[in-house]
Design a binder for this molecule. Structure first.
Ligand SMILES: NC(=O)c1ccc[n+]([C@@H]2O[C@H](COP(=O)([O-])OP(=O)(O)OC[C@H]3O[C@@H](n4cnc5c(N)ncnc54)[C@H](O)[C@@H]3O)[C@@H](O)[C@H]2O)c1
Length: 259
């Protein structure tokens, strides 16, 4: 049997209807996993989005949940417990970004970003942890950070800071909970030609050449490459990993800056 076989694994993914979430769901389902997809979209919109991408919905359960709202996250996990479908793997993946120079960055946008990228990830990871501990079972947390967790890419400073914080949250969960059989790791993608980076690609004429210059391998990352990282980390192949960052960035973090 393949070490990448995920049959029987229940994987929860926040932000599942986003540009990177979709290929991740597709690949994990193809490898036999059952997906608990969380997003803020209505159920109708979410299922339409997934269907449009030719995703087989058979092994997917969708829960509309605003993960910045602790009560909604608590209700979600109580329901999963009642249905006996507590996840084995919880991916704290939802996030947002906004490119604005530091001097102009509105404080309310800073708060909104931290609320989703950092605080909501903590809410979800903490709730999963509470349930795993109460049931005396292990679990695996996967946080989506970014190569900019370690590199101050200009004009997204609050985003960089949120991802640096998420990396340390991951290491804290890993360190504190390893004796209880709970692991935590992170996936740090580079500059992906999809989702939040695509917005910049479309709206800022110089962004593509600036981005490509910053990537030693020379081309923007594909969403499928991010999905492959999820497959690996969710699989048995990564069973001995905890407290690690899987950095998949085409070497972007090797350069001190784009120019
Ligand atoms: N696209 C990139 O270049 C890139 C690079 C590195 C890391 N990342 C990270 O990958 C993750 C996903 O990025 P993406 O490009 O797919 O973004 P995206 O904007 O396409 O998707 C984000 C998803 O999160 C959902 N969401 C937003 N607020 C929510 C809330 N309160 N509760 C539940 N769901 C909510 C949105 O509805 C959306 O479906 C983020 O954490 C991002 O920081 C992206």
């Amino acid at each position: 049997m393949s070490l990448l076989d995920l049959t029987g694994k229940k994987i929860l993914l926040t932000g599942g209807c986003g540009a990177l979430g979709i290929p991740v769901i597709k690949l994990l389902v193809e490898h036999g996993a059952s997906l608990l997809v969380i997003d803020i979209l209505s159920e109708d919109d979410a299922l339409k989005t997934l269907e449009q991408q030719s995703i087989n919905l058979e092994n997917i359960t969708y829960y509309q949940t605003d993960i910045t709202n602790q009560k909604q996250v608590q209700t979600l996990f109580s329901e999963l417990l009642n249905l006996k479908i507590l996840p084995d793997v919880v991916c704290c993946h939802a996030g947002m970004s906004k490119a604005i120079p530091i001097q102009d960055y509105p404080l309310e946008d800073f708060d909104k970003l931290m609320n989703l990228n950092q605080r909501a990830a903590f809410i979800v990871a903490q709730e999963a942890t509470k349930h795993w501990l109460a049931q005396n079972i292990g679990g695996h947390l996967i946080f989506t950070t970014s190569w900019v967790q370690d590199v101050p890419w200009p004009e997204i400073t609050p985003y960089n800071a949120s991802k640096a914080s998420l990396k340390m949250l991951m290491r804290g969960f890993a360190r504190e909970l390893a004796p209880k059989g709970i692991r935590a790791n992170a996936i740090a993608p580079g500059i992906v030609a999809a989702g939040m980076a695509k917005l910049q690609l479309e709206n800022e004429p110089e962004y593509k050449s600036r981005a490509e210059k910053a990537i030693p391998l020379g081309n923007l990352q594909s969403p499928e490459s991010v999905a492959n990282s999820f497959l690996f980390l969710c699989s048995e192949m990564a069973d001995y990993m905890t407290g690690s960052v899987l950095l998949v960035d085409g070497g972007a973090s090797l350069y001190p800056m784009d120019d």
